[in-house]
Design a protein around this ligand. Structure first.
Ligand code: NAI
Ligand code: MG
Length: 506
């Protein structure tokens, strides 16, 4: 089964990244690059080799306090508070341009810090990050209130006019995960900035590097001091201090549902606003009439893209009985073709999982599946040895109550189940999850596919495609997959307050 041969050493870095890594890494607070107040640092690793890549400051409560103060100052006084929407928009656009200018470097940082293939990081993470800033830059000048006719108090002598103003919510705390380090920073920062907020961003401890590089890019674009502060540190210390900070107006979080609950609890002290983008266990439904030429590669990508480390991964596959064996055979063949390796090796299609912790988590699920009677048609075990490699795995002979079917694995592990008919039982089983983030439907019948899409309790449904993301498309979860939406016009409401102003003209 272990036909994958992983090179033991990291391919050479580009001179630009080599130079950048050789200089001291610091966090961004109030426009300056600083070390932690405590002087502590921690290491970030290349998950393909386990080697230390860099040491970064271990920010904690004291650093979060400084960052929040800087963000508050920048929100209330200084150039950002006075900047016109048009100037704000142009600045965001410039950040998008600079991301593209530094695409190779950013993709390389993602490859060594997160493990994903550089080519994928460049085509997906970096391109979508730039697009997010470009798209959001246009909204800066289009955040409009309304004039509202009112009736209740109409009386002689009163001539009332009411209007709404949409104002930035204030100082925003943003906490992001490691699966798309740069892109998650972009998803969070761009809408907060276009609405005029200021930010303290707490990056994931596994993957701090690309966001620090983005911080440099934002300063180069002309972002004033204190508007974005980037703190590196751990969740239990820096993250918890940010989510409970009394001078933070809003927390935006992406990560596990478990930590989402902790964030809500911490934010409840002073009832700060919260938006959450959490886990998923998304159903992917293949009807008997599906075009298998697109369905099989599409379903493989739905689970194996980014090594399955996607909140929206199509991890529960339902295939109509007449084609179940053909689809599983096709997917197994696709999975076996995927080349594992270092993210900097050009022909690598799948890198390692992000960390030892995730490796143990995912291989723990594989062991649980085996012990409960699931059968792997490919993969099934971690590769062991150096790096955190888990091969693409497809599990069959599962039962609905198994842990591998119920829980988010966050690795390249698909569970495949046959169904008889498109009926209420199928829809109920597809919706049988505490999550409701995404779903897929594959069919030649547009009508049938649409009808199923309407009945799925999920924030995103893809028909005959998967993983289609766009800065213009709202993304987020039903049920325990989250609160609020990322991207599109919808995300703006995460960062705006509505103020109604009534004037008596009489
Ligand atoms: P996590 O939810 O612990 O980490 C995400 C972010 O939250 C990180 O920046 C972390 O430092 C921060 N954090 C952790 N504890 C915190 C606390 N008490 N207060 C404030 N911030 C805190 O996710 P983790 O442990 O890296 O991964 C565990 C599982 O979570 C994965 O296996 C996966 O199932 C899920 N996950 C889901 C993601 C998504 O995109 N929805 C992303 C990452 C993980
Ligand atoms: Mg790392």
């Amino acid at each position: 089964m272990n036909e994958h041969v992983i090179p033991k050493t990291r391919p050479a870095l580009s001179p630009a990244v080599e130079r950048w890594l050789a200089s001291e890494r610091a966090m961004l607070i109030d426009g300056r690059w600083v070390q932690a107040q405590s002087g502590k640092t921690f290491a970030t690793h290349d998950p393909a080799t386990g080697d230390v890549i860099a040491n970064v400051p271990e920010g904690d409560k004291a650093d979060i306090d400084l960052a929040v103060k800087a963000a508050r100052r920048a929100f209330e006084t200084g150039p950002w508070a006075r900047m016109t929407p048009s100037a704000r928009g142009r600045l965001l656009h410039k950040i998008g341009d600079l991301i593209l200018e530094h695409a190779d470097e950013l993709a390389e940082l993602e490859a060594i810090d997160n493990g994903k293939p550089k080519v994928v990081a460049k085509a997906a993470d970096v391109a979508l990050s730039a697009d997010m800033f470009h798209y959001m830059s246009g909204w800066a000048t289009k955040i409009e209130g309304k004039t509202i006719p009112i009736s209740a108090l109409a009386a002689p002598g009163l001539d009332l006019v009411s209007a709404t103003r949409l104002e930035p919510i204030g100082v925003v705390g943003q906490i992001i995960p490691w699966n798309f380090p740069l892109l998650m920073a972009a998803w969070k920062l761009a809408p907060a900035l276009t609405t005029g907020c200021t930010v303290v961003l707490k990056v994931a401890e596994e993957t701090p590097l690309s966001a620090l590089r983005l911080g440099e890019i934002m300063l180069e674009a002309g972002l004033p001091a204190g508007v974005v502060n980037i703190v590196t540190g751990f969740g239990e210390t820096a993250g918890a201090a940010l989510s409970g900070h009394p001078d933070v107006d809003k927390i935006a979080f992406t990560g596990s549902t478990e930590v989402g609950r902790l964030i809500v609890r911490a934010a409840s002290n002073d009832l700060k606003k919260v938006s959450l983008e959490l886990g998923g266990k998304s159903p992917n439904i293949v009807l008997g009439d599906a075009d298998l030429d697109i369905t099989i590669p599409g379903c493989a990508a739905s689970i194996f893209f980014n090594h399955g480390q996607c909140c929206n991964a199509g991890s529960r596959l339902f295939v109509q009985k007449n084609i179940f064996d053909r689809v599983v055979e096709g997917l197994t063949a696709e999975a076996r073709k995927i080349k594992l390796g270092h993210g900097l090796t050009e022909d690598t299609q799948m890198g390692p999982l992000v960390s030892q912790v995730q490796y143990e988590r995912v291989t723990g699920y594989l062991a649980s599946g085996r012990s409960e009677g699931a059968r792997a048609t490919c993969g099934g075990e971690g590769l062991g040895g150096q790096g955190y490699f888990v091969p693409p795995t497809i599990l069959v002979d599962t039962k609905p109550e198994m842990k591998v079917v119920r829980e988010e694995i966050f690795g390249p592990v698909l569970v495949a189940t046959p169904f008889d008919e498109v009926d209420d039982a199928l829809i109920a089983e597809a919706n049988n999850s505490v999550y409701g983030l995404a779903a897929g439907v594959w069919s030649r019948s547009q009508g049938k596919a649409q009808q199923i899409a309407h009945r799925l309790r999920a924030g995103t449904v893809w028909i005959n495609c998967y993983h289609v993301f766009d800065a213009a498309l709202p993304f987020g979860g039903y049920k325990q997959s989250g609160w609020g939406r990322e991207m599109g016009q919808a995300v703006l409401s995460n960062y705006l307050e509505t103020k109604a102003i009534t004037t008596n003209l009489g």
